[in-house]
Design a protein around this ligand. Structure first.
Ligand code: CAA
Length: 241
């Protein structure tokens, strides 16, 4: 039977590649987006994947969107918590808004999305949850005290929830992408990007598809013995234990 997937932030960047990759692997995908209407409409036209607009930082909005999607497409088998934003600035200049925006979109969203879905997965004794963390949640990054904290939080969340759900056929894993060629990275100064690429042993930025392939693997039935893990995909930039 076709499995249903929700991908947050699923119409652009890494999320777009995840949505497209899972669709071509045979899943029925629903892609969330927050604000970029033009990109979302283009994505829907190009891919035929239905799009749903809501703010993943808002718990009630997540609850009602999940209800709407499940009403149309059936229960969620795979959840990909991918949505994320940056507000890079050294900590001594960081405002509470810089902090809260990143924590709520990048970390609270994992609670907001997973909590309404988890009991259905438990009842059906099956689920795959993939949380998109970051190299900067593993090593920390100058200018990203907020983002590094949120992305490290996703790793702790994955490891704890993995233990709680293992007996219920639900796996929970994190992927820690390095620097991938998306709008988020391309927004950095060219000089900064050159400096980053110089630190990547593979010698280039990653591609969104390289992350999507990892998601497809962790989402598959064959990956049932992998839970609580962090898959590091960074071209060798940071080799974590
Ligand atoms: N380590 C140590 N010192 C650093 C540094 C670093 N990585 N980066 C900057 N500095 C120093 C500078 O040399 C400078 O020192 P001086 O004042 O002595 O000259 C000082 O910090 C201020 O630097 P800037 O002029 O660059 O400061 P700024 O306030 O204009 O910008 C910044 C700071 C916004 C953090 C900018 O440096 C920046 O954008 N850095 C890149 C951050 C980054 O990698 N973000 C990742 C985005 S992509 C992503 O997040 C996806 C993912 O998951 C990987």
């Amino acid at each position: 039977m076709t499995k249903n997937v929700i991908v947050t932030g699923g119409t652009r960047g890494i999320g777009k590649a995840i949505s497209v990759g899972l669709k071509s692997a045979g899943y029925q995908v629903s892609a969330n987006y927050a604000g970029n209407e033009e990109a979302a409409a283009k994505f829907e036209n190009e891919t035929g994947i239905p799009i749903f607009k809501w703010d993943v930082a808002d718990f009630e909005a997540c609850e009602s969107a999940i209800q709407e999607i499940e009403g149309k497409q059936g229960p969620t088998d795979v959840l990909v918590n991918n949505a994320g934003v940056t507000r890079d600035i050294p900590f001594h200049k960081m405002s509470i808004d810089h902090w809260r925006t990143v924590m709520s979109v990048d970390l609270d969203s994992a609670f907001n999305m997973t909590r309404p879905i988890i009991n259905g997965m438990r009842d059906r004794s099956y689920g795959r949850i993939v949380n998109i963390s970051s190299i900067n949640g593993q090593k920390g990054q100058f200018g990203q005290a907020n983002y590094s904290a949120a992305k490290a939080g996703l790793i702790g969340f994955s490891r704890a929830l993995a233990q709680e759900t293992a007996r219920k056929g639900i796996t929970v894993n994190a992927i820690a992408p390095g620097y991938i060629g998306t709008d988020m990275v391309n927004a950095l100064d060219d000089k900064i990007i050159d400096g980053i690429v110089a630190q990547i042993p593979v010698g280039r930025l990653g591609t969104p598809e390289e992350i999507a392939d990892c998601v497809a693997f962790l989402a598959s039935e064959q990956a049932g013995f992998i839970t609580g893990s962090v898959l590091t995909v960074n071209g060798g930039q940071y080799i974590a234990a």
